[in-house]
Ligand binder design. Structure first.
Ligand code: C2G
Length: 158
């Protein structure tokens, strides 16, 4: 059985993550995903929306994923590869070259990223929607009606 491993935060799971996991799984017969813990993410300077336990549950539910382990440090990869008898390490091409030190232990594959989607983009969009919502909440009923009237006139002027 050809075993593949990959590592990541997988916050706000999106198609970029799913495409990566599908292609990683297609490199073998079994895919292990090491999901970054909240503490490890702090070290990466990453603030996640979803806590570790939820990110694990979501990743574990995917058809491409056979096993999930925690990623708690940068140094665990070589031990994971040996302990789990991994044949292929795969990760997105934004990491190209960073994990070549694993080549004596297993094949190292950098997979092209999916363009135009990222957890940080989704977070930025969520923040924007939240600020629009709080603005509308601050505008009282009558003012909101006036604002809608003005916007309506602008739209119909076009
Ligand atoms: N990814 C992708 N396309 C995107 C976004 C992400 O292919 N549009 C890939 C990344 O390259 C990575 C995986 O999806 O292989 C998970 O991405 P993140 O959750 O951002 O993980 P990252 O912060 O890159 O953590 O030790 C390695 C790190 O834990 C990797």
């Amino acid at each position: 059985m050809k075993k593949v491993i990959t590592y990541g935060t997988f916050d706000l799971l999106h198609v970029g993550h799913v495409h990566l996991l599908r292609r990683a799984r297609e490199l073998g017969d079994h895919l292990t995903v090491a999901v970054s813990t909240d503490r490890f993410n702090e070290g990466k300077g990453k603030k996640t929306i979803l806590p570790f336990a939820e990110r694990v549950e979501i990743v574990r539910s995917l058809r491409y994923v056979d096993e999930v382990i925690p990623e708690i440090s940068w140094e665990q990869k070589a031990d994971d590869v040996r302990r789990l008898q991994i044949d292929v390490f795969a990760i997105g091409a934004d990491w190209t070259g960073k994990f070549d030190f694993l080549t004596p232990l297993c094949q190292v594959v950098y997979l092209p990223r999916t363009p135009d989607i990222s957890s940080s983009q989704l977070k930025a969009e969520l923040d924007r929607l939240q600020s629009v919502q709080s603005l509308l909440e601050r505008i009282h009923g009558s003012e909101l009606k006036d604002l809608i009237g003005v916007l309506d006139k602008i739209v119909h002027l076009k």
